[in-house]
Write a protein that binds this ligand. Structure first.
Ligand code: NAD
Length: 511
């Protein structure tokens, strides 16, 4: 099939699949009841590919009720039963890999290469990982700590988890939010971003096909202010798990705190990329370009601020500019396309705003414009390299979320590491050096949830993902995520069978 055929097929598939609506509640699709329609737009063409009714508060209530009803049986299933269901889930997702990749590229404008090689296999692998991990939930202690009692720890699910996800990796974010929660025996209501509901819905349908009971995974597709806030404030939701911007995360935290909910926040990032003067220049330049441009820069861990030690600085800037010029913008359905459009024209204009303002105080070395011709109708923006920006300028400190890399020089190692830590964020970072001691110092001193050495971006199901500081708290992926989605109960048995215990002296005196 040609690129256009794939696009039409993707469009027909989603229109057929979601003809009944974009709310998945209790194992069935239905239309939202907010009275407001929303369009999923292909950002490569600017055209609507699917329209639906947004969820209103009544839809959120229905989804929470379905999740609440499903909770006792799912929480009571054995780890082996949950594991079996998740193994089947991984197999269903693998069977649907092609359709999932096409839908993800259609709604996000992601190059099909990226959806096929990264988003979908990552999701299948995550599902398989949690199928295994479901059987390894355990409390850490059991013993006679007081001498007179046996204590042990039970790890229990929390209840209904209300999750909210962003638009940059819709399928992977749905997987990261839903899998650890469900593996641990919780039930979930997920609200995807309004722009990108399609693959979250497919993910939930695949869970049902795999035999995961109705109501365990529910999707409400509504506006943040309406459906999102209603979900966070809902009295029957025991936990809020949010991935998105730091600004919205603060609002979500206020609402969750008001109803005393468990809270997990995965927020924005502004990852530093520190190149010491003994680094492999070719590796660092390739790493910076790939790390900055992945997903058109709409990645919370993307390399955004490269600090390069003075002796390598000029050569690094030149190498990055040359490599950026080789990146092919194009139709997301063309397998040769390296860089797709941004998620929307609004996001493209936001990115262009940052770059245009930077022209007043910095140098735009390459890029800094939308392409003309064939691509002009899409939300495209050229890979952009900025130098000479002051450390306190907005392109260095704020999350741009587009294909923009800022490169700045530094002198001593102390300075490089101090600059790396000089934003409110702390999600991810990388250090580039051939010296094991230098790299080791960077891994200790950079305040971020992940520090790569001589690479930037790779993630893996076994390892945790999550931020420090304004990037939030809590972990996605890996067994560490179970800390978010379980509560720990101490059970203590008296072993003495004595009616008047020693410690009762505090109440009954010496009588
Ligand atoms: P966003 O914060 O605008 O929206 C995220 C989600 O929150 C959406 O579903 C949105 O509808 C919802 N929302 C908006 N207002 C709300 C409100 N008042 N109450 C409840 N929900 C509300 O973020 P975005 O623009 O969709 O995504 C980009 C952001 O996500 C970036 O800041 C990026 O760094 C961050 N992100 C972080 C991670 C991570 O793991 N830390 C991963 C991916 C994306």
């Amino acid at each position: 099939m040609g690129d256009q055929d794939n696009r039409f097929q993707a469009q027909n598939d989603v229109q057929d699949r979601f003809a009944a609506g974009a709310q998945y509640i209790g194992g069935a699709l239905r239309a939202g009841t907010s009275g407001r329609r929303h369009a999923v737009v292909d950002p490569a063409s600017g055209e609507e590919v699917y329209g639906y009714e947004l969820a209103g508060p009544a839809d959120v209530d229905a989804a929470v009720a379905a999740a609440r009803e499903a909770f006792p049986d799912w929480a009571g299933a054995t780890p082996g039963e949950r594991s079996d269901a998740l193994h089947r889930f991984a197999a269903v997702l693998a069977d649907q890999a092609g359709e999932l990749a096409r839908a993800e590229s259609l709604q996000c404008g992601k190059p099909i290469k990226l959806s096929t090689e990264f988003d979908v296999p990552g999701t299948v692998d995550n599902t398989a990982f949690f199928a295994g991990a479901a059987r390894h939930l355990e409390g850490r202690s059991a013993g006679e700590y007081s001498g007179d009692h046996t204590s042990y720890v039970r790890r229990e699910p929390i209840g209904v988890v209300g999750s909210i996800a962003p638009w940059n990796y819709p399928l992977q974010m749905a997987a990261w939010k839903i899998l650890p929660a469900v593996a641990a025996g919780n039930t979930v209501v997920l609200k995807p971003a309004e722009l990108t509901p399609l693959t979250s819905l497919m993910f939930a349908q695949a869970a049902t096909e795999a035999g995961i009971p109705d109501g365990v995974v529910n999707i409400v597709t509504g506006a943040g202010r309406e459906a999102g806030e209603h979900l966070v404030g809902h009295p029957d939701v025991a936990m809020t798990s949010f991935t998105g911007s730091t600004a919205v995360g603060k609002r979500v935290a206020e609402l969750a705190t008001a109803t005393v909910k468990r809270l997990h926040l995965e927020l924005g990032g502004k990852a530093p990329f520190v190149v010491f003067d003994d680094a492999d220049l070719e590796a660092a330049a390739h790493g910076a370009v790939a790390g900055a441009l992945i997903n058109t820069g709409q990645d919370c861990t993307a390399a955004t601020r490269a600090y390069v030690q003075r002796p390598l600085y000029d050569a690094f800037v030149a190498a990055v500019a040359d490599l950026m010029a080789t990146v092919r913008l194009g139709d997301p359905f063309d397998p040769h396309t390296d860089l797709g459009p941004l998620i929307s024209h609004a996001q493209r204009d936001r990115v262009a705003g940052f770059v245009d303002r930077a022209r007043g105080y910095a140098t735009v070395v390459t890029g800094g414009e939308a392409p003309q011709g064939e691509l002009a109708k899409g939300a495209y923006y050229r890979p952009t390299l900025i130098t000479g920006a002051p450390q306190d300028s907005e392109v260095v400190r704020s999350e741009i979320f587009g294909p923009v890399l800022v490169v700045l020089p530094f002198d001593g190692d102390d300075e490089g590491l101090a600059l790396a830590n000089d934003t409110p964020y702390g999600l991810a970072a990388s250090a580039w050096s051939r010296d094991v001691y230098r790299a080791g110092r960077a891994t200790r001193e950079i305040k971020a949830g992940c520090v790569w050495v001589n690479d930037h971006i790779p993630i893996i199901s076994e390892m945790p993902h999550g931020g420090y500081r304004a990037s939030g708290f809590g972990k996605d992926m890996s067994a560490y995520s179970f800390e978010e989605y379980t509560q720990v109960k101490h059970v203590m048995y008296d072993n003495t069978a004595i009616a008047r215990k020693d410690w009762h002296r505090t109440i009954f005196g010496d009588r």
